[in-house]
Design a protein around this ligand. Structure first.
Ligand code: RM4
Ligand code: MN
Ligand code: MN
Length: 431
């Protein structure tokens, strides 16, 4: 960094914390009303509030470094005021999301976008803002300054072994970097594929893919996971080497025990039954985690739960169902957010995202599983759907607020963020 921005970030952070402390107790009436509504629902269902709150307290979502600046589309990108320009500034913004929600203590990075010569300094900076690092995401879907060979016709699946080697080395460099930050997973998503029939061999490209992944996996630290992410299309518009969950499953099975599929919710064709995909991968013990977002058409990267909250709930329902089956007291999958914000203030959108994700998870916890099993056994779709809908419509804001406040967060994170004029202060500082 080489300037005083570390101190400034910390001052900002302490100021916000102080303000949160002052707010405590002021909004008791508002809180009581929503909490009472939650309690009334739970009482009628015979559920203990404490049990749900305990589970909610374990929820953690990783925020993606790349979501803190404006994403843009392939047509244009509209920058906004106070936009972070360095990984340090992105971390600073991530600390606000964590502070106000109490649910986002880790940041996922992208390599080499987030590369810095001083990972030690970055780790210390993040620690002072009470953050640590989640999975590393490697980028061989574009060419980077100074690289010898181009990824125009592929990276890990390129016909030329020299390009494959270069792409493998980039992944290994990203692991080395992330090791210094304390990460424990690598996410591989590729743009590799083709635009024209005949351009690429389906079989050979998948063979290259598995070989390259094996080379990376071999060099991963023993306590690391490899997450294999699929996507049906884009940037390749005819064929993508890893186009669906089946390819991720096959690759993960071929590569090794700590290789798992990663489900990015937006990486499905319209109409796909994503909750069934999630259940199937869990059943096959090959689901590692998620990139949460929402979509209407494809890889839209919209805020999780903003378009289809019911679908998000159904996905969480499968996750919770699997947790109960394993008697897990907390999520056993890796929860990461992967969004791209074009119109909204990214900090606000991520505050909303955490709330949506927690809401969907909380409602999934409220599903009466015994009654659902009975309805399924009796082949009673009306009752089965009613059980899910009852949980989906449950008033859970009070429960979420209780857990958030206990973690030192804000009663209403977006309202707090606006009143604190955080963005305005960033604009003054960063321009
Ligand atoms: C891709 C995919 C990856 C993400 C990049 C930026 O579509 O979702 O996970 O790293 O976008
Ligand atoms: Mn993704
Ligand atoms: Mn994506």
């Amino acid at each position: 960094m080489g300037d005083n921005s570390g101190t400034m970030a910390q001052n900002f952070y302490s100021q916000l914390k102080g303000r949160l402390e002052d707010e405590k107790g002021k909004s008791k009436v508002k809180f009581r009303r929503s909490y009472d509504a939650s309690l009334a629902y739970l009482k009628a269902k015979g559920i203990k509030a404490q049990d749900i709150e305990k589970r909610l307290a374990t929820l953690q979502f990783a925020t993606p470094s790349w979501a803190f600046s404006a994403g843009g589309t392939r047509f244009f990108r509209f920058p906004f005021g106070g936009e972070p320009t360095s990984i340090f500034q992105k971390i600073e913004d991530a600390s606000v999301v964590n502070l106000l929600t109490g649910m986002a203590p880790r940041v996922a990075l992208h390599f080499p976008w987030d590369h810095t010569e001083s990972p030690k300094e970055l780790a210390g900076y993040a620690k002072n803002l009470e953050l640590s690092f989640d999975a590393m995401n490697s980028n061989t879907f574009q060419d980077h300054p100074g690289q010898k060979l181009s990824y125009k016709f592929g990276s890990l699946c390129h016909e030329d072994p020299a390009v494959r080697k270069q792409a493998i080395n980039l992944n290994l460099a990203s692991v080395d970097f992330a090791k210094k930050l304390g990460s424990q997973a690598l996410v591989v998503w590729l743009g590799d594929g083709s635009n024209h029939p005949g351009q690429m061999s389906f079989r050979r490209s998948f063979d290259y893919y598995i070989q390259s992944l094996k080379s990376i996996y071999k060099r991963l630290p023993a306590d690391w996971n490899l997450f294999i992410e699929y996507k049906p299309f884009e940037p390749s518009f005819y064929y993508t080497v890893n186009f669906d969950w089946g390819c991720s499953f096959a690759a993960a099975s071929a590569v090794g025990k700590r290789a798992m599929a990663l489900v990015d919710l937006g990486h499905h064709l319209p109409g796909a039954n994503v909750e069934a995909v999630v259940a199937r991968l869990i059943q096959l013990s090959k689901l590692g985690g998620f990139h949460f977002n929402d979509s209407k058409y494809g890889d839209d990267d919209l805020g999780a739960g903003s378009v289809s909250p019911y679908r998000l709930f159904l996905i969480m329902n499968e996750i919770v169902d699997a947790e109960e089956a394993r008697h897990a007291k907390k999520p056993f999958l890796s929860f990461m957010i992967d969004q791209s914000h074009n119109l909204k203030d990214p900090i606000e959108e991520l505050l909303a995202t955490c709330e949506e994700l927690a809401k969907a998870y909380c409602r999934a916890l409220l599903v009466d599983r015994e009654a659902l099993l009975e309805a399924q056994k009796k082949c009673d779709p009306v009752w089965a759907e009613r059980i899910l809908k009852e949980a989906f419509e449950a008033p859970v804001s009070g429960l979420l607020a209780k857990v958030r406040l206990a973690k030192g967060g804000a009663l209403d994170p977006i309202d707090f963020y606006r009143k604190a004029k955080y963005r305005e202060q960033l604009i003054k500082r960063r321009g």
